[in-house]
Design a protein around this ligand. Sequence first.
Ligand code: ADP
Ligand code: MG
Length: 658
Amino acid sequence: SLENARLYTDLDEERSRLQAVIKQVPAGLIIAEAPSGRFLVANDKAREVLRQSLLSAGSVAEYAQYLGFHPDGRSYTSEEWPLARALQSGETVSAEEIEMLWADGAQGWLSASAAPIRDAQGRLTAAVIVFQDITERKRREEALQASEERFSKAFKNNPTPMAVIRSQDWTFVDANERFLRLLGYTASEIHGHYAIELGTWFMALLDEGGKRLAAGEPFRDEEFTASAKSREPKALLASIETMLIGADTCYLATFVDVTERKQVEEQLRQSQKMEAVGSLAGGIAHDFNNLLTAINGYCELALMGKKATSRDFKYLRAIRSSGERAAGLTRQLLAFSRKEILTTQVLGLNAIVAEMEDMLRRLIEENVEIKTRLDPEAGSVKVDKGQIVQILMNLVVNARDAMPGGGRILVETGKVHLEKPAPDTLLETTPGTYAVLTVTDTGTGMTAEVKAKIFEPFFTTKTVGRGTGLGLSVVYGVVSQLGGGIDLQTEPGRGTTFRIYLPQAGEEAREEAREEAREEVPDATEREYPESCRGNETILVVEDENTIRKFIRLALTTQGYRVLDARNGVEAMRLLAQAGQQINLVMTDLIMPDMGGRELAEQIRAHRPGLPLLYTSGYSKDLENLRETLAKSEYFLSKPFGPVDLARKVREILGPTR
Ligand code: ADP
Ligand code: MG
C-alpha cells in the first residue's frame, strides 16, 4: 500500500504537471472524449481564441456557433473540423489554416493541429486539438504580398534597365521593359532563358560579378561592352546585387547605357589624335620646307648657268620638277596641319580653274573625259591659289578613282546668292554671294555609310598605297578656313557631285584681281633674273640653317649684292655694330633658337630705326598675327623660295636700282 500510495502521488504529481503545461502552452488546447465529443480539458488560451462563451456547452457540437472556410470558400461542415476528424476517424491534422467568421462578425484566421489519443489497447479514447490565432501573421503576409506587387511594379516600369537572374543556374527570373528595349529582346525571349543565350558578355559579367560579391566586395558601375540582339555593341555600366526571392539567391543586375557618351568621347579622342598628327606633320613639313628651299634654290641657280640644249639642263629640270612636286606635298601637309603660310589674294575663280585644266587632264586616264564649264558670273574669291588647287585636285583625283572603267568628269563654276544658310551643306554658310565650284562624276557613287565618313582624316575605301584618306579632310579644312560650304550629292551607281561654296570677293576686289591678272608671271622653266633684280647693296642675312644661309648668300652675291651672314641674333648684332651704316637690308629667319627674328628686329630698331627688315619662315602659328603687325619697313617671304623670288623681293624692298 506504501507502493500504491507512492504511485498515486506520482500520478498526482504527473497530472498537476500536465495541467500546468496545458495551462501555460501559448496555444489553445482542447482534449475531447471519444466518441461523445465532450470536452475533457480546455485551457484559457482556447477560451480566448474561440471566444470563451462558445465553450460553455463543452462539446464539439458547438461548432455551429462560428464559421470556417476552406481555401475555395466553401464552409466547414461539422464533420470537417480538425478535432471532429481526429475523434471520428483517428486522423492527424497538422497546421491546417482556416479562415474564420466569428459569431460577433469578426474575421480572422486559425491554424489548427489535431491528433487522436489511444489507450494501451489502441482504442481511440480521446482527441487533442492545438490551435492558434494567426490573424496577425496572415495580415502581415498579405501586406507583404501587396508590397511585393508594388515593388514588382517599380521594377517593371523602372527607367533603369534591370534583370533578375537566378544565381545557381543563371536563368532569367525577370527583366524589365527598359532592359528588353536596351538589348532588343522580347519578354518571351528572356523569361526562363539562360543568361548565356544573350551572349558571352553576359556570362563574363555574371561570372565576374558573382566572384566579386562572393568575396564580399561590391560590384558597381563596371564598364562592359554588351551586344544587343542586332549585334550592335552597347557600352554599359553594370551593377550587381544579390537578393533572395523565395528560396533562391538571385542577382539583380542594373545597367546604365553609356554608348552615346562613349561615342562622343571617342570623337574627342579622334580629334585630339588628329591635332597631334597635325602638329607632327606640320613640324616635319617645316624642316622639309627648309631642305626644299636649298634643293630647289641650288637647282635653279645651276639651271641658270646651263644651255637649254645640254644634258645637265634636262637632268636639273627633272630634279627641279620633282622638287616642286615635293613642295606641293609640303603644302598639303601644312594645309592639313593648318599651319600653312597663306598668301591670300583676290583671284578670279574661272582663271584658276582654266589655268589648272591641263594639269587636271594629266591626272586622269584616257578612258576618262574631263570637261569644264565656266560661268563668267562666278566672280572672284579671296584665297591662296594653292587652296583652290588643292580642292580641285583632290576632287578630280577622287572622281577619277571612282571611275576605274572610265566615265566623265565635269568641272563647273557658277554663282549663287544665299538669303539664308544653305540647307544641306556641311559647314555653316552665312547669307551672301558665293562662287560655286562643282565637280561631277559618273562614277560608283557612295553608300550612306561611306558618305557619312568621307571627311574624316584617314578614312579611305581604297587599297594601301592608293588612298590616304586625307584628300577630303584637306578639302574640308580649306573650305572651312575660307568660310565656305560643301554640298554633296551621291548615290551608289549614280555618280557623285561635290559643290563647293566659296564667299565671293566684293566688287572693288574684283578690279584688283583684273589688275593682277594683267601681270604676266613667266613660266618657271624660263625664269631668269631680269636685269632689274640685280643690285650692289649690302644685305645682312641671319639664318640658323647652314644650307639655307649659304644658298641665300650665293643667290644674292650672284646678283651683285654684298652679303654679311650671321648664324644667330648675337652675331647679327655684332656685325651690325661693326659694319653699321653700310647695311641696307636685314634678312632674318623668324624662328631661331636663342633669339627669334622679332626680338632681333627690336634690338636693331633701337640702333637703326628705319632699316628695312625681311622676315622669312616656313611656318609659324603666329604668322597670321605677324602679317597684321608688320611695320612700315618690314616685309615677309615664305619658304621655300627660289633665287628669283628672293631677288625680286629684295628689289621690291630696296626700290629700283640707281
Ligand atoms: P582617299 O581618296 O585617299 O581615299 P579621300 O579623303 O579623298 O581619301 O576620300 C575618302 C573616301 O571618300 C574615298 O576612299 C572614297 O571611298 C570616297 N569618295 C570620295 N570621292 C568620291 C567620289 N567622287 N566617288 C565615290 N567615292 C568617293
Ligand atoms: Mg582622295
